[in-house]
Every structure is written in structure tokens, then in C-alpha cells.
Design a protein around this ligand. Structure first.
Ligand SMILES: C[S@@+](CC[C@H](N)C(=O)[O-])C[C@H]1O[C@@H](n2cnc3c(N)ncnc32)[C@H](O)[C@@H]1O
Length: 286
């Protein structure tokens, strides 16, 4: 008798991320390319990468402005064993005091630079899983400043899942960038697909748009719309998520808008945690 072949595990998103798309995926999937090949997939605001890891395209350019996030994805792609070893050390030593010791490593810039990519990547996952609410927030000096979250039971990492993510990132053509969204889509050409999931526009300032100074205000939303329009002229298929506000509807009035209902878990204001309406904007070049 021959043993049945077990298909390899498909990697799932592994970070807690504000604005993460996990719960809207069922709906967003309908607007994504139906295949994984034949085009380059761009996601210039990658965050926790819920949509990207769901689709797992064969060719992709992913990007985020947070330097350590790009470092983390690169380390998973190239040095998974070293990362897992360091994560195990964090797991064993986790405590409130240990958290603040690790968190404060970025206060000394020279020592932080010497830490190496795998060390920075393991620190990123450790802080993400043990800090308050999985928030990512740095002060003006770029120092991570979220307090300890006191999570005793949540596992720090899932080795099988991180190895599955590694296999995917290492065996496909995945380019990982760290810069501004407009630069990240420079090379997109006719037939390619771009998914924009930016910090959302907030009418009342209660929505979480921080992540990192200098924030993402109306001027940035306009610059993003200009990038969306420019890609449309170049024949690139684009899909964009944002909140359903009059400002966003006005910005994208020349494009197709679909309204979705979402539940928000990470929001600094409890009033912002109920059901909220979001839009999906498409340019329909195909
Ligand atoms: C809404 S989150 C993306 C969530 C992600 N799609 C997920 O599923 O977890 C927005 C991301 O945009 C990044 N970001 C903010 N401003 C940026 C910019 N100008 N260029 C590139 N990335 C930026 C933030 O660091 C954050 O990770």
C-alpha cells in the first residue's frame, strides 16, 4: 500500500496587524486575479500581508515603509533556521521585564545596527505578539513605544507555518522592498495587478492611521489617487481598499466603487470597533 501524499501546508499570515484584511478576504478574493501566474502582483502597503498570502502569486513585488517589516520578510525568505532559533530564545525568556529590555534595544542606534537582520526580524515578531493589541507605533525618533500586552497563552510563533511561508517566499520570484508606495509600483506594466491597502482615511481622527510618522493624511490620500490614475493610464489593473467616506468617494469618482461591511478589531477608540463600511475601488482595465 502506498501512503497518501499530504499536500504541503499553505502559509498563513502570522502577524497581528492593524487594518489586516483577514476577515474581508472572502469578499476581496472575488476581485483578485483568478490565477497565480502570468503577471506580476504588487502590494505596496503589505503590512501583515493577508491578501498576498491568500493568493500566493508566483511573481510579486511587496513593499512597506516600515524597514524592520521588510527585513522580517527577507529573513523568512533567506534565513528561516536562524530566525526560528532566535524566536525560541524569546519564547523561553518572555516576561514583562524581558519585553522592555528587547523593546528598548532600538534606543541605542549603533548597537541596533549591529544586531543583524535575523535579530531584528525575531525582535519584530516577539514585540508584535507580546505588545499591547499587536500595535506598531514608533515615536519621532523611530523608537518602538507600545507597552507590554500581558498575553500569557498566545503562542509566540508557529514553526510549521513560518516554514511554509519560507517555502513560498523562497521558491517564487518575490521581491521585497522598503520604501514609498509610489516607488514600489514604478515598474508595473500593462497586464500586471496592484492591490493597494493603505492606512485608511479617517473623518474623525479616531481611525488608526499612525504606524509611523509622518502619518497618512489627505495629501497622502490624494497622492495615492494620482498613482492609481497613472497606473490606470498604463493599463495596470488596480484594486484599492479604503474607508467609505465622502472624501474617498470624491477622490475615486471616476472609478468603480463597491461597498463592503467590515468589523474592526484594532482601533484606539472603542467606538470605532463596531461594523464599518469600506470601499473597494477598481479601475477595470481588463
Ligand atoms: C492598512 S495597513 C496594510 C494592512 C495589510 N494589507 C494587512 O493585511 O495586514 C497599511 C500599511 O501601509 C504602510 N505604509 C504607510 N505609509 C506608507 C507609504 N507611504 N508607503 C508604503 N507603505 C506605507 C504601513 O506601514 C502599514 O503597514
Amino acid at each position: 500500500m502506498t501512503a497518501a501524499k499530504v499536500p504541503p501546508l499553505k502559509g498563513r499570515p502570522f502577524l497581528k496587524w492593524a487594518g489586516g484584511k483577514r476577515q474581508l478576504l472572502e469578499k476581496i478574493r472575488n476581485f483578485f486575479p483568478s490565477d497565480r501566474a502570468g503577471y506580476t502582483y504588487y502590494e505596496p502597503f503589505i503590512g501583515g500581508g493577508a491578501a498576498f498570502f491568500d493568493l500566493q502569486p508566483e511573481r510579486a513585488v511587496i513593499n512597506d515603509r516600515i524597514g524592520d517589516l521588510a527585513v522580517l520578510y527577507r529573513v523568512i525568505q533567506r534565513s528561516i533556521d536562524e530566525l526560528l532559533e532566535l524566536l525560541e530564545k524569546h519564547r523561553v525568556q518572555n516576561s514583562r521585564d524581558y519585553y522592555y529590555y528587547i523593546r528598548n534595544q532600538d534606543r541605542d542606534k549603533d548597537r541596533y545596527a549591529e544586531m543583524g537582520d535575523a535579530g531584528r526580524a525575531a525582535r519584530f515578531i516577539y514585540l508584535n505578539k507580546t505588545c499591547y493589541n499587536g500595535l506598531y507605533r514608533v515615536n519621532r525618533r523611530g523608537e518602538f513605544n507600545v507597552p507590554y500586552g500581558r498575553y500569557k497563552t498566545a503562542p509566540l510563533y508557529d514553526e510549521a507555518n513560518l516554514r511554509a511561508i519560507h517555502r513560498y517566499l523562497a521558491s517564487n520570484r518575490i521581491c521585497i522592498l522598503n520604501g514609498d508606495f509610489a516607488d514600489a509600483v514604478q515598474a508595473a506594466a500593462g497586464g500586471d495587478f496592484v492591490y493597494f491597502d493603505p492606512p485608511y482615511h479617517s473623518q474623525n481622527r479616531s481611525g488608526f492611521t499612525g504606524y509611523q510618522a509622518p502619518g497618512f493624511g489627505k495629501g497622502e490620500q490624494r497622492r495615492l489617487r494620482d498613482t492609481f490614475a497613472e497606473l490606470t493610464r498604463r493599463g495596470v489593473s488596480c484594486l484599492l481598499s479604503n474607508s467609505d467616506t465622502p472624501f474617498i468617494r470624491e477622490l475615486y469618482r471616476d472609478f468603480e466603487i463597491t461597498v463592503l461591511e467590515a468589523r474592526r478589531a484594532i482601533n484606539s477608540d472603542a467606538a470605532g470597533r463596531g461594523a464599518v463600511k469600506e470601499v473597494l475601488v477598481r479601475n477595470c482595465t481588463g
